[in-house]
Design a protein around this ligand. Structure first.
Ligand code: IMP
Ligand code: MG
Length: 194
C-alpha cells in the first residue's frame, strides 16, 4: 500500500515525492542510455552500499548488454543533514579496474564528497573510462569538478528517504521516495552508513 505521507517521531513529516511508477520509468530511460553508450563494451557497474542497493538491482535488470557488477561500501560521519567529508571505506572492490569501463551507481549525490572520494580511488587504477549514474542529484549543493553523467532526478536540497535511502538506518524499504516537509520539526541525519 502506498502512503502519501509518513510521520516519524510525532514531529517529522515526510511527503510522497517520487512514486514507484516514476522511478521505474526513469530507470528504464537511464538503462536505454547506458545500453546504447556501452553497447560495444563490457562495463563494470559498481554500486555504493548501502544506499544504492535497490536502485542497482532495478537498474541492472534493465541492462541488456554484457556487464559485470561489484560493490564498494562506504561510511561517512557527519552532522545532521550535512556530510562531514570524513569518508571511510568499509568494503573494497573485488575486481580489476585497469583498462575497464567503470560505471559508479549511487543513490544520491549530495555534497559530492563520497563520489569525489570514489573517483579519486578509481582513477589511481587507470580505468579505460569512468562514469557516474545517480538516481538523485542535489545539484545546488554538490561540489564536483567532473561530470555526473547520468542523473535520474535533480532534486532540491532536502532530506529524502525510501527506495534504499535511510533515515538513521530505517526506511530504506519504502517503495517510493519521500521528502522531509521543511515546515515539520525535522532533524534528519545522514550520519552512519551510506
Ligand atoms: P555526499 O554528501 O554526496 O557525500 O553523500 C553521501 C551519502 O549520504 C549518499 O550516498 C547517501 O547515502 C547519503 N545521503 C545524502 N543525502 C541523503 C538524503 O537526503 N537522504 C538519505 N541519505 C542521504
Ligand atoms: Mg550512498
Amino acid at each position: 500500500m502506498r502512503k502519501d505521507s509518513i510521520v516519524i517521531n510525532n514531529n517529522e513529516t515526510f511527503k510522497l515525492f517520487i512514486t514507484e511508477e516514476e522511478i521505474r520509468k526513469r530507470i528504464s530511460e537511464l538503462a536505454d542510455e547506458l545500453n546504447r553508450d556501452f553497447h560495444d563494451r563490457v562495463p563494470i557497474f559498481i554500486g555504493i552500499l548501502n544506499g544504492s542497493f535497490i536502485f542497482m538491482s532495478d537498474l541492472i535488470r534493465e541492462i541488456t548488454i554484457d556487464c559485470e557488477i561489484d560493490f564498494f561500501k562506504l561510511s561517512s560521519y557527519g552532522d545532521a543533514k550535512i556530510s562531514s567529508g570524513d569518508v571511510r571505506m568499509l568494503k573494497d572492490l573485488n575486481c580489476e579496474v585497469e583498462e575497464r569501463d567503470i560505471v559508479i551507481v549511487e543513490d544520491v549525490v549530495d555534497s559530492g564528497l563520497s563520489i569525489a572520494y570514489i573517483r579519486n580511488l578509481i582513477m589511481q587504477q587507470n580505468p579505460r573510462s569512468f562514469s557516474v549514474v545517480t538516481l538523485l542529484y542535489k545539484k545546488e549543493v554538490a561540489k564536483v569538478d567532473f561530470p555526473i553523467d547520468y542523473v535520474g532526478f535533480e532534486i532540491p536540497t532536502e532530506f529524502v528517504i525510501g527506495y534504499g535511502l535511510d533515515y538513521a538506518q530505517k526506511w530504506r524499504n519504502l517503495r517510493s521516495i519521500y521528502v522531509l516537509d521543511p515546515s515539520s520539526d525535522g532533524n534528519a541525519s545522514t550520519t552512519g552508513e551510506d
